[in-house]
Ligand binder design. Sequence first.
Ligand SMILES: Cc1cc2nc3c(=O)[nH]c(=O)nc-3n(C[C@H](O)[C@H](O)[C@H](O)COP(=O)(O)OP(=O)(O)OC[C@H]3O[C@@H](n4cnc5c(N)ncnc54)[C@H](O)[C@@H]3O)c2cc1C
Length: 457
Amino acid sequence: MKYDVVVVGAGTAGLVSAALLAHQGKRVALVEKHPYLGGRAMEHRHEGHQIGLGSHLVEDPGDSLTRVCELIGVPMEHSKQSDSMPFWDNGRWAPIQEHYSGQAKVGLKRCIQALTDMSYDDIDRLDHLSMREWMARHTNEEGAYLVWEAISILEQITDKWYDHSASENLYVRKMHYEMRRTAGYSFWPMGGWEKLWKDIAARFEQLGGTVMLSTKVDRIRIENGAVTGVDIRSSDTPKGGAGEVIEADQVVVNAPVWDLLRLFDDGALPFNLRQRIEMLADNRNKACWIGYWIAAKEPVIAMSEREMASFQSSPRTGLGGFTLNFTGYDPSVSPSGEYLTCAGVAFDATERYADKDWIDRKFHEFWLDIEDMMPAAKGALWKKPHLVTTYGVINKPGLVGAVRPDAEVREIEGLYLTGDTTRSRGIGIDKAARSAITTSEVVLGRRLAHFDGTVRY
Ligand SMILES: Cc1cc2nc3c(=O)[nH]c(=O)nc-3n(C[C@H](O)[C@H](O)[C@H](O)COP(=O)(O)OP(=O)(O)OC[C@H]3O[C@@H](n4cnc5c(N)ncnc54)[C@H](O)[C@@H]3O)c2cc1C
């Protein structure tokens, strides 16, 4: 089998890269080890509800995944967008606006103006800094800090002032202010994620692409400093038997940093790149939270059905977090008359990654907090606890931007990387899609005019 390009992994970035490259006339094979599409943004069903695992909150100001779908001809309908940002403080929910009246509002406006005056290249120089340190150049108002830090809890799952990365957060704020004249908003793709991933894969096949599910790439073949293909193993490969080889001069790897190194022979990757991948893949550098999926007969919310709600400290856990009511965005994700909410609190993996007793205690405390903060939870039909350790590499100062692997491994001809753990900006799915646009353009060796105005590298 010989293809122009093999894409390893059918997560957001793998699907987007494969579809864009096929659209531009490349013969592409998309190889995914799982039987499903979407990677960390896969969807599963529970008690009749559609749980989009990797998507409590989707922030795409319209120029990344949305624009990809436009180009390749896949319909993607946005739900109505979020309509409020409640924030929990002093034992009650209040609109975030209450926290930045008066001088805080003036301070926030100064920050917005300074951000508008900066270029994205300027922001790239802030990878070492916290957002509060950057904001303090323009205001000393706590209320102003609070607004953008509350959004950072929702987006980046960071909850300490020194962990909110300046570059990562300012990129997202600037994109939203410039494209949507707002700090940020959330929406849901109508019909859910599985539908969207399947639609993109079907379009990719129409464009001549080949999708191989339940097929694992064991190794990327490199000879004389150039990629020659991949070794694959599918569910049909006999145990201990030899897999197959797919030949290709170009390979795009979507596997996240924690799966990346096992794809290469020892010493195949440049030393410096290997070191950075090992550092980023360390469990203590992951964004982690504990949370509950909650189904109830009435919406389990803070203030409104399409809110993006957050808090810096829930009463018992002392941890910052979020809550989002999916059914308010797309009623079709739940059985009629039921509502699906997700609520979570972030924790610091450097301190607590494998601390089972502490995590069990926090689960217990958090449920009591949820009942106090959103009393409709007391009537829950069911609640499903979840511990998340694969949201992504945490976007803290020093772990974002240039330290991440670039789209092209220049030392090895034909080897490219893509996904949210590589060098990109945005959050989650949006970030993965932006990285895939960049990677596709690097593979093609030219910019795609359709993405003029899109923020990517
Ligand atoms: C619980 C949870 C909640 C989240 N919430 C949000 C949210 O609210 N909003 C948001 O925007 N983002 C959210 N995210 C993050 C978002 O899901 C990810 O940022 C995004 O899906 C990453 O896409 P990706 O393509 O970079 O990587 P991935 O989705 O990880 O894709 C990589 C793919 O490569 C495959 N692969 C790896 N190794 C091999 C191999 N050897 N052979 C073949 N295939 C291989 C994997 O199986 C996977 O399918 C959440 C994530 C989780 C886990």
